[in-house]
Design a protein around this ligand. Structure first.
Ligand SMILES: [Zn+2]
Length: 395
């Protein structure tokens, strides 16, 4: 069903305008044309998207072959920390290079950028309202693009209208930071090789509608979109995932001297083998051109699981209750054929002691109410992983 009226101003959409569910500046590829009119789209991109996406400048400027469609060449400036003589200083950075470090320059009465400075950390400001607004908008857009009736989402949307125009749009949905509450999630998030992707899961639990958002596989939050969902009918579930780097589409130089070589290439590119080399190269070229950045969430997770050493639980689980948590969460997420049971992933977790399956966001809320330590530790670990990835890319 296509909407004909703008979600914000309620005017008829006469000219469709593309709205990216995840902001284009962050490489989001999912587009919808029936969310809003061009005027409201402009408002959103200026006052919500622009300040939100600035937060991620350190990442945007450091990813090779980053897939955004506008300003592909721009490498926005950002701030981070450098180490000099064992001391940490804040610095302005562009394209992985320090452009100024005022504090150190003052201290040493010289241009600090001439010194051998090592960038060790980038700065992300997640405490500002732009972060909350931007995450809210992603969840809101994803729900609309998935066909959720906008009436069910109205309560978290505040619009102020002057007689002629919209004067402000704000979102007001609760944001709950994710943290890995079971050993499988802990493994997936902290023990596997760092790979950058975005994912979203829209799901219903009783009367609640949640959207789980994971940006750059680091910024992970649940957004509570509604607690007045009708419970007749199948609960809503939808997921989306994409990688952030454009796949390399240069066709390979085929080096075929044996029959075996054809089989090796056929496997590598997922094409039918063929003895006619010209035809075979054409098939490979087609396969490369079809490579998509959009992925199934289950494929991303399965690839990570396949990389788990078989003796991982023995080395990582210190006691029998942890071992039990490990196997129960494995059982919760994967069936006997080791396929991901997507509906359970990030929507449910395993409760300690009882080992029952419990709703994920509620379990987080419950545990963090009196103690934020685990959440802080997890967030730090995720940041450290991202930072070492970005700082490594500087070299
Ligand atoms: Zn509008």
């Amino acid at each position: 069903m296509t909407r004909t009226k703008c979600i914000y101003c309620n005017q008829e959409i006469t000219t469709p305008s593309k709205e990216h569910v995840i902001q284009n500046a962050l490489g989001g590829l999912y587009e919808s044309t029936d969310i809003c009119c061009p005027q409201c789209n402009n408002y959103i991109s200026k006052y919500i998207d622009a300040p939100f996406t600035t937060i991620f400048n350190p990442i945007i400027s450091r990813i090779d072959k980053f897939s955004k469609t506008n300003n592909t060449k721009s490498e926005p400036p950002c701030t981070g920390y450098v180490i000099y003589n064992g001391q940490k200083y804040i610095a302005n950075i562009k394209s992985g290079k320090v452009v100024s470090c005022p504090e150190l320059s003052r201290q040493l009465h010289c241009d600090a950028t001439k010194l051998p400075l090592e960038i060790v950390e980038y700065k992300f400001d997640l405490q500002n309202t732009y972060f909350q607004q931007g995450m809210n908008k992603i969840a809101f857009n994803y729900a609309l693009a998935s066909g959720i009736d906008s009436k069910l989402l109205q309560h978290g949307l505040h619009i102020q209208k002057s007689p002629s125009d919209i004067s402000s749009i704000t979102f007001n949905y609760p944001l709950i930071p994710f943290y890995a509450m079971n050993p499988i999630d802990n493994y997936l998030e902290l023990e596997t090789k760092m790979g950058l992707y975005h994912s979203m899961i829209l799901f219903q639990q009783h009367t609640r509608l949640w959207c789980y958002i994971d940006l750059f596989n680091t910024f992970q939050y649940y957004v509570l979109l509604s607690d007045k969902m009708p419970t007749n009918g199948t609960p809503i579930y939808k997921s989306y995932a994409q990688t952030l780097q454009k796949p390399d589409r240069t066709p390979p130089e085929l080096d075929i001297c044996r029959h075996k070589d054809i089989m090796i290439y056929a496997n590598q590119y997922g094409v039918e083998p063929c003895p006619d080399i010209a035809e075979f190269s054409r098939r490979i070229k087609n396969a490369i051109n079809k490579k998509s950045q959009k992925k199934k969430l289950s494929d991303i997770i399965s690839a990570k699981m396949n990389a788990m050493p078989f003796d991982y639980p023995i080395h990582m689980m210190s006691d029998s209750s942890q071992m039990m948590m490990f196997y129960q969460s494995l059982h919760l997420y994967f069936n006997e054929n080791e396929e991901l049971q997507e509906h359970n992933f990030r929507t449910l977790t395993v409760a300690p002691k009882t080992y029952n399956a419990v709703p994920y966001p509620d379990a987080i809320l419950h545990t963090t109410k009196n103690n934020q330590t685990k959440l802080r530790e997890y967030t730090m670990s995720k940041f450290n992983r991202l930072n070492s990835y970005l700082c490594q890319n500087n070299k």
